[in-house]
Design a protein around this ligand. Structure first.
Ligand SMILES: [Zn+2]
Length: 312
């Protein structure tokens, strides 16, 4: 930068300006003191009568879990401070009269996701609602056997009906997109297996319009025209595009197999061994085409239309 004479003069004048600035408040204070009366700090008013269209909900994802324990233990672990875990809702087994526990208000952050990633966003606790469903998952002796060999416990009919209605309400209120209705295993693959391969994703989609599901004819089309040819880099790119935070290594590494298994448990629960095959990748192609080729604009939640002002 070339320093001109004029600039030097302005630099030189700065201390004097600063001096005046420090003197003025003192003078004002003296004036107030001279009157013997201190004016109260001016208050403020909130005018919300003009609302920007450029906003969306802080709640952007809905995450399903199973508790892996019974109701009494779940209530203890999800509520007592020493366990450092929680969820917004807890659905018991065979909930009498649709009884659901609301353990954390939706406006607050529940600690249900832990280390997690979806669509490039980390720590989903900040932007999600979490629903825990009482289900034991699988017997403890199955802990170290492959996913396909575990004996998974089914969800009961009443639980499914309750989770359908509850999730529908949450999705409507926050305008959560289908591909952001996910399971814990989707956002923490390799570390978590809930809500497991018996979670009724297809039924929730067809009965309540909840979450994403591929169209059968699109899957058949992709199987026929673009069958998976062991291009792992391409598969990793597609998994990333859908939401799975899999490393783009180009190799069929452990993380990629775990992400594929999580994807299969969600969308192709007849085989979830983590081995990518033609059908798995065709399902992924169909989902990308259905939900990502024509991204719809965000719809503001209905509460945004409330206009208020307490200003005169
Ligand atoms: Zn979980």
């Amino acid at each position: 930068m070339v320093v001109t004479d004029g600039f030097k003069k302005r630099l030189f004048r700065r201390p004097r300006i600063a001096l005046i600035a420090t003197v003025l408040p003192l003078a004002a204070t003296a004036a107030v003191a001279a009157e013997g009366q201190v004016k109260p700090f001016p208050s403020y008013c909130i005018d919300s009568s003009i609302q920007s269209q450029n906003q969306d909900s802080r709640v952007r994802t809905l995450v399903f879990h199973y508790t892996a324990e019974d109701l009494p233990s779940s209530l203890v672990h999800l509520t007592e401070a020493k366990y450092q875990t929680s969820a917004h809702y807890l659905i018991p087994q065979q909930p009498a009269a649709g009884h659901v526990y609301s353990l954390v208000p939706e406006r607050e952050r529940a600690w249900h996701a832990g280390v997690s990633q979806w669509q490039g966003v980390n720590n989903l606790n900040f932007s999600s609602v979490g629903i825990e469903i009482v289900n034991l998952g699988f017997p403890p002796e199955d802990e170290n056997v492959p996913l396909m060999e575990r004996h998974w416990y089914p969800y009961d009919e009443q639980q499914i009906a309750v989770m359908g209605r509850l999730a529908r309400s949450i999705i409507d209120r926050y305008q959560i997109k289908p591909h952001r209705v996910i399971g814990h295993s989707d956002i923490s693959f390799g570390r978590k297996t809930d809500p497991g391969p018996l979670f009724p994703w297809e039924y929730l989609y067809s009965r309540y319009g909840i979450g994403a599901w591929p169209d059968a004819d699109a899957v058949a089309y992709f199987k026929r025209t673009q069958p998976y040819d062991n291009n792992v880099a391409d598969l990793q790119g597609k998994l990333n595009r859908y939401g799975y935070g899999v490393p783009l290594s180009g190799a069929l590494d452990k993380a990629t197999e775990e992400a594929v298994a999580a994807f299969q448990m969600h969308f192709r629960a007849t085989r979830y061994d983590g081995v990518p095959d033609v059908e798995t990748v065709a399902i992924l192609d169909a989902l990308l085409q259905k939900y990502f080729t024509r991204e719809l604009p965000e719809t503001p939640p209905t509460s945004l239309s409330v206009m208020q002002s307490n200003c005169p």
